[in-house]
Design a protein around this ligand. Structure first.
Ligand SMILES: [Zn+2]
Ligand SMILES: [Zn+2]
Length: 353
């Protein structure tokens, strides 16, 4: 048993400090976890440098979290002491209109672990009763390790984006960005039935690392994106255009040239948030009109999508282990954040607390 407990607390933009904390109480109806693996998300990096819409300071960050149950004050006997669990970060009520429609990521009373509730960059994590009630706490299947299970939430967010943009049998999918999210999208698109997966990326290092996605084509857009992408899309689709474009990097915007890459009934998914100064865009409405184009957004994931993503990882339908390119202890979290911010590798995870 450790006598000193620590957490990574974001106090203000750029002020992430490791501080001694007291052990959180297990909330009535909730669970207390001893954190095992918590992975670093590009949203954590964004919060560190710029803040984020749902973030409330001061905050223990970390929403891609796995742990072991050390206390259970709920009536749910599934969660025995010692159970290995993965937690979807959304706290939803289960009763409001969005929850009843299955869109619990838009719950009227939404809370998010690691955003406005304390998260997993700490020795212990208190899981509120809503998480237990809504099915946000998942038992990790035997044989699946904590590291892979910790990548459930980002995969679930990709699933949300692909369900909303209707990725399905026979689709050609073009993904912008070969970061961890772009790579997850590429592997998931196959599971959803896509027959052709193309990835556009400007960093050579990431083009090299993305090999295991088994994308049909990596499009190097290091200099002057438009021409190269247009050429490749034309070639790969016999001039028809792609069915779905997934924007998985904050540089790509949906504006004019992208619409031209789509086949009739094509869909664009705005998966990455954009810096506010780039968020206003101009669109050619006639391209959207004449070609039955749909543009969808995607933010977060539902608890059901989280559970589905965990199953996809457990069954090896989506292989995630190769995405982890850095492992740090909690007191080295700044190195992990840097690794993600510099895009030198893919995913960094905190493995020791
Ligand atoms: Zn995340
Ligand atoms: Zn609700």
């Amino acid at each position: 048993m450790k006598y000193q407990l620590f957490a990574a607390i974001l106090k203000a933009p750029r002020r992430l400090v490791i501080e001694e904390v007291s052990k959180p109480r297990c909330p009535p109806g909730g669970l207390l976890l001893e954190t095992q693996i918590c992975s670093i998300c590009s949203t954590d990096v964004k919060m560190l440098y710029y803040g984020q819409r749902d973030l409330v300071y001061p905050r223990i960050l970390g929403h891609e979290v796995t742990g072991v149950v050390v206390e259970n004050r709920s009536h749910d006997t599934t969660f025995k002491i010692g159970a290995r669990v993965q937690v979807a970060p959304g706290l939803s009520c289960g009763e409001c209109a969005p929850c009843r429609r299955g869109a619990d990521n838009h719950c009227d009373h939404i809370g998010i672990i690691g955003f406005n509730h304390d998260g997993g960059f700490a020795d212990f994590l208190a899981i509120p009763p809503q998480s237990v009630r809504s099915g946000a706490v998942n038992i990790i299947p035997d044989g699946l390790d904590f590291e892979k299970a910790a990548l459930t939430e980002p995969l679930a967010c990709c699933l949300n984006g692909q369900e909303l943009s209707g990725v399905s049998d026979g689709d050609t999918v073009l993904i912008f960005g070969a970061g961890p999210i772009g790579c997850l999208h590429a592997m998931l698109a196959r599971v959803m039935g896509a027959t052709q997966v193309l990835i556009a990326e400007r960093l050579q290092s990431r083009i090299k690392m993305a090999g295991p996605t088994k994308a049909d084509r990596m499009i190097d857009v290091s200099d002057g994106a438009d021409a190269a992408i247009k050429e490749v899309v034309k070639e790969e689709t016999e001039g028809r255009g792609v069915d779905v474009i997934l924007l998985a990097c904050p540089e790509a915007t949906v504006a004019y040239p992208l619409l031209e890459l789509l086949a009739p009934r094509g869909r664009i998914c705005l998966f990455s948030g954009l810096p506010p100064e780039n968020a206003l865009i101009r669109l050619n409405a006639n391209l959207i009109h004449y070609r039955d184009i749909s543009i969808v957004g995607a933010y977060g994931c539902t608890t059901a999508q989280n559970s589905a993503a965990l199953k996809l990882i457990a069954s090896d339908k989506v292989e995630v282990d190769w995405l982890i390119t850095k492992r740090v202890s909690l007191d080295q979290i700044h190195e992990g954040m840097e690794h993600a911010a510099q895009r030198e590798g893919l995913k960094a995870v905190v493995t020791e607390f």
